[in-house]
Design a protein around this ligand. Structure first.
Ligand code: IPM
Ligand code: MN
Length: 352
């Protein structure tokens, strides 16, 4: 039978708790569908940094690239200055492993409360393809005359055509495979960022016309995208966008699907090793209380199985999650689910 080697990075705060539930459900799926998962844990995160002074060993990406996939809990520690771990671990791994896609489904499961008026699961079901290794996240920058009244800070948004094209190609292929509305929307800001999003827009229409004539192409400015994600989310099928806009609109998307307790994502390198993670943070104040919602981690695990080619197992986990949200959980928030973290993991695992 097939077997997969999974690197597990439980990380900080409530990360380890949700990772345990994720592994519980993944193992149930492996048993049911006849494959094997071999886990190896890595302790990258805030505690290790505070203990050793090292954010991430230089060998980390090399080590991790030998696995079939990476399963991550959360990075972020209350005793470490914001930015150090996020940039030094999470972003560094994304960049070094060239995970150039951040795939973030925005899907409202049955029974999950949404802040969007009169909207249900039939309206909120689309996917954001966020470019994950370029743009403002990796453009050069710096200060001049730091600390003086004449100080200047620069942070540049840089994209080259190859970066843009590989992301667009993934998005078109994904839209085609998804086969729902066959509509890919580019989210940009061509009216102000007239260089970067001009490049995106030209590449989008050129590639679409040439290789994907069957896929409809839409364009929205990022500000309008936010508006329509609230007012008419049913318009969307797949949205593709740059790194910074993708970061912002996927938090908006997450809250419309019930919040960070349920929002899953994958950092994908289609030619290499990918890393799956709940899109929320480490929620340190809930650490050890057994109240955090593990569904985002569990759903990220399902995305990982889908990516590994275990599509049936992924669908079974998704169906189990939906049964639990529809019939069991009262709310998605920490401490408001009506069940503990462990119990939610058990509920989903039983159903798988
Ligand atoms: C995310 C997070 C990260 C990002 C942070 C923690 C660096 O917000 O995964 O969306 O900005 O990409
Ligand atoms: Mn974010």
């Amino acid at each position: 039978s097939k077997s997969y080697n999974i690197a597990v990075l439980p990380g900080d705060g409530t990360g380890p708790e949700v990772v345990i539930e994720g592994k519980k459900v993944l193992s149930a799926a492996a048993q049911k569908f006849g494959f094997k998962l071999n886990y190896e844990e890595f302790d990258f995160g805030g505690d290790r940094y505070l203990r050793t002074g090292e954010v991430l060993p230089d060998t980390a990406s090399d080590q991790l690239s030998k696995f079939d996939s990476i399963f991550l809990g959360a990075i972020g520690h209350p005793d470490v200055k914001p930015g150090i771990l996020e940039k030094g671990i999470l972003l560094r791994l994304r960049f070094e492993l060239d995970q150039y896609i951040n795939l973030r489904p925005v899907k409202l499961y049955p029974g999950v409360p949404t802040p969007l008026k009169d909207k249900g699961p039939e309206h909120i079901d689309y996917v954001v393809v966020r470019e994950n290794t370029g743009g403002l996240y990796t453009g050069t920058g710096g200060f001049t005359m730091k600390g003086t009244p004449d100080e200047v800070a620069i942070q540049s948004m840089v994209y080259n055509r190859k970066q843009v094209e590989r992301c667009l190609k993934f998005a078109f292929d994904y839209t085609k495979k998804r086969n729902r509305k066959n509509t890919l929307a580019l989210c940009g800001k061509t009216n102000v960022l007239t260089y970067v999003y001009d490049l995106w827009e030209r590449a989008f229409h050129e590639l679409g016309a040439k290789d994907y004539p069957e896929i409809n192409r839409d364009y929205y400015h990022v500000d309008a995208t936010c508006m329509w994600m609230v007012k008419n989310p049913e318009w969307f099928d797949v949205i593709v966008t740059g790194n910074m806009f993708g970061d912002i609109i996927t938090d908006l998307g997450a809250i419309t699907q019930g919040g960070m307790g349920i929002a899953a994502g994958g950092n994908i390198n289609p030619e290499g090793v990918s890393m799956f993670e709940p899109i929320g943070g480490s929620a340190p104040k809930y650490t050890g209380k057994n109240v955090i919602n593990p569904l985002a981690a569990i759903a990220s695990g399902a995305m990982m199985l889908d990516h590994l080619g275990e599509e049936e197992a992924a669908l079974a986990i998704e169906a189990a999650i939906m049964d639990v949200t529809a019939n069991k959980l009262k709310d998605m928030g920490a401490g408001r689910m009506g069940y503990s973290t462990t119990e939610v993991g058990d509920l989903v695992a039983e159903r798988v």
